[in-house]
Design a protein around this ligand. Structure first.
Ligand code: MN3
Length: 203
């Protein structure tokens, strides 16, 4: 069965942008819960656990009809949170540079235009969901919105950066002020990790 991917920093390491209690609950309760439910569905449906989750999500046709919605919801929940916790950096963001900067400029015109569109899409997404920076099937960067726990991988996209805009990601500290969470979030993105993912997936 799949295990919860550990996060590489302490719960309080992203303060003051995201408080320790929020990271703790988000990772040990929400993230863990998606994994537990996914493992139950995998067991029930005898799915191939030698695959990566990114491969397994494409096997939705092998899941019983009654479990399909739950399968996509919970595997998306695990994959999306794995990426979310991976691309955050204690101590603050590093610069968008090199190949990633070139890719962003080619798709959005400039880094500033990308940041502006990211913040706008994340602040105004209705209900619970995510905004991803992802490579489309033509290997171009796009900002992609997803509702609930949908994963862009199901639609042929390769995500390399993400913000979680479910209220559980920010409500303890920001309450109704999601735009403030989004703005501050951009100060703790590890763009070196995003660039590594970009270089790996653009090939
Ligand atoms: Mn979440």
């Amino acid at each position: 069965m799949y295990e919860l991917k550990k996060i590489s920093y302490n719960f309080d390491a992203l303060e003051p942008v995201i408080d320790a209690k929020t990271i703790e609950i988000h990772h040990t309760k929400h993230h863990q819960n998606y994994l537990n439910k996914l493992n139950d569905i995998i067991k029930k449906n005898n799915l191939d656990v030698s695959k990566s989750l990114e491969e397994l999500i494409l096997d939705v046709d092998q899941v019983n009809d009654a479990d399909k919605v739950g399968f996509l919801f919970n595997i998306g929940g695990v994959i999306n949170h794995d990426l979310y916790f991976e691309i955050l950096k204690p101590g603050g963001s590093n610069e968008i540079s090199g190949s990633l900067k070139e890719g962003i400029e080619s798709s959005f015109g400039s880094v500033d235009a990308f940041i502006e569109e990211f913040a706008q899409k994340a602040s105004t997404l209705m209900g619970s969901g995510w905004v991803f920076l992802a490579l489309n099937p033509n290997k171009e960067l796009e900002l992609v919105r997803a509702n609930n726990q949908e994963s862009p991988i199901s639609h042929g996209f390769d995500p390399i950066m993400v913000i979680d805009v479910w209220e559980h990601a920010y409500y303890l500290k920001y309450q109704n002020l999601r735009p403030d969470y989004v703005t501050n979030f951009l100060d703790i993105v590890n763009f070196d990790v995003v660039k590594e993912l970009y270089d790996e997936k653009v090939k």
